[in-house]
Design a protein around this ligand. Structure first.
Ligand SMILES: Cc1ncc(C[n+]2csc(CCOP(=O)(O)OP(=O)(O)O)c2C)c(N)n1
Length: 323
């Protein structure tokens, strides 16, 4: 049972993630950072996931949503430093927006190759089981990634070995410009769980509490040694495939019906949660204002930290390389 303090933690985290995504889009338009794949609009998923995780649990987010690092306990200062390509960043500025890892917080890494995090996360769960750690790994990926071969191989292996892993599909309805309705052989991505004899569930990915509850059950199952679960979260990305400079509109890609965009805009996960918390008297108008201001300030300070951080040295360019 979640307490008011838990609900407020989730609300503030969602705002922190949103503010980060929106700030990154703004910086990209200004040319201060490069183009990015934004997870704005999908915040309920990483927050619903991470509320269930301990610091020592592992989380492998998808390539979309730089801000997911913050849900697992990351610091916006080092995140923005990474986006600015500065040595103070999580990966010394060499990972950039799609390859952030923060092992200290159990963030085992984003991945620019669609689906590639799925076997990596499965390996993490295998190690956790072999070492009897009683920890779990959560792996998030898109609908497109669930059509990759590694998805099927990994789920099969995780099932036969009863690995402590939760697969979370962030079904935002499109893989670049391909609608999921075209690319999927089954009605729901969670239907695929049947083939691997594991539980599969579809939830409203814009409802942070629905995500939290589904992941809660799956994490408990994993900790008890009962193996993996596949959770599909139906959601929508606020922007096109690319956000900021070089976005889909600038590329001339128009593929999402305006009525569809308007429908999902009306189901913004933060506003839905705000309405719920107001109805439960956990939030008030004045508290909302305070939290929003606090989060904005934290992000402004993080951006300032990143701007002022030392630039990389040319002689360090070849460090950290291996082949
Ligand atoms: C193996 C591979 N193929 C193609 C790409 C190009 N690509 C980058 S993101 C993307 C779409 C991925 O869609 P999905 O898995 O649904 O995630 P979403 O971006 O919608 O969150 C593609 C095809 C890639 N990065 N890696």
């Amino acid at each position: 049972m979640l307490k008011s303090s838990d609900l407020l933690w989730m609300y503030e985290k969602m705002l922190l993630l949103r503010e980060t995504e929106e700030k990154a889009v703004e910086l990209s338009f200004k040319g201060e950072i490069g183009t990015l794949l934004s997870g704005s609009g999908q915040e309920a998923i990483p927050v619903g996931i991470c509320k269930n995780l301990l610091p020592e649990d592992h989380y492998a987010p998808s390539h979309r949503g730089i801000s997911t690092v913050l849900a697992k306990g990351g610091d916006p200062k080092y995140l923005f430093a990474e986006l600015f390509g500065k040595p103070a960043g999580y990966c010394k500025g060499k990972g950039g927006e799609m390859h952030i890892a923060d092992f200290k917080d159990g963030m085992i890494g984003m991945n620019g190759i669609v689906g590639a995090a799925i076997p990596i996360a499965t390996g993490s769960a295998f190690a956790q089981k072999k070492k009897n750690l009683n920890t779990v790994t959560v792996c998030a990926f898109g609908d497109g990634a669930s059509n990759q071969g590694v998805f099927h191989e990994a789920l099969n292996m995780a099932s036969i070995w009863k690995l402590p892993i939760v697969y979370v599909c962030e079904n935002n309805q499109y893989a670049m410009t391909t609608p999921v309705s075209y690319a999927l052989s089954v009605e729901n991505i969670s239907d695929r769980a049947k083939s691997y004899s594991i539980p599969g569930v579809t939830v409203d990915g814009n409802d942070v509490l629905a995500v939290y509850e589904a992941v809660h059950e799956a994490v408990e199952r994993a900790r008890k040694g009962e193996g993996p679960t596949l959770i599909e979260c139906k959601t929508y990305r606020k922007y096109g495939h690319h956000a900021g400079a070089g976005n889909d509109e600038q590329m001339g890609w128009g593929y999402r019906p305006k009525t569809e965009e308007a429908y999902w805009k009306s189901r913004d996960p933060i506003l839905l949660f705000e309405d719920y918390l107001m109805a439960k008297a956990v939030l008030t108008e004045s508290k909302i204002k305070l939290v929003r201001e606090k989060v904005k300030k934290e992000i402004e300070e993080a951006v300032e930290f990143a701007r002022k951080a030392e630039n990389p040295k040319p002689e360090d360019a070849l460090e950290d390389l291996f082949a």
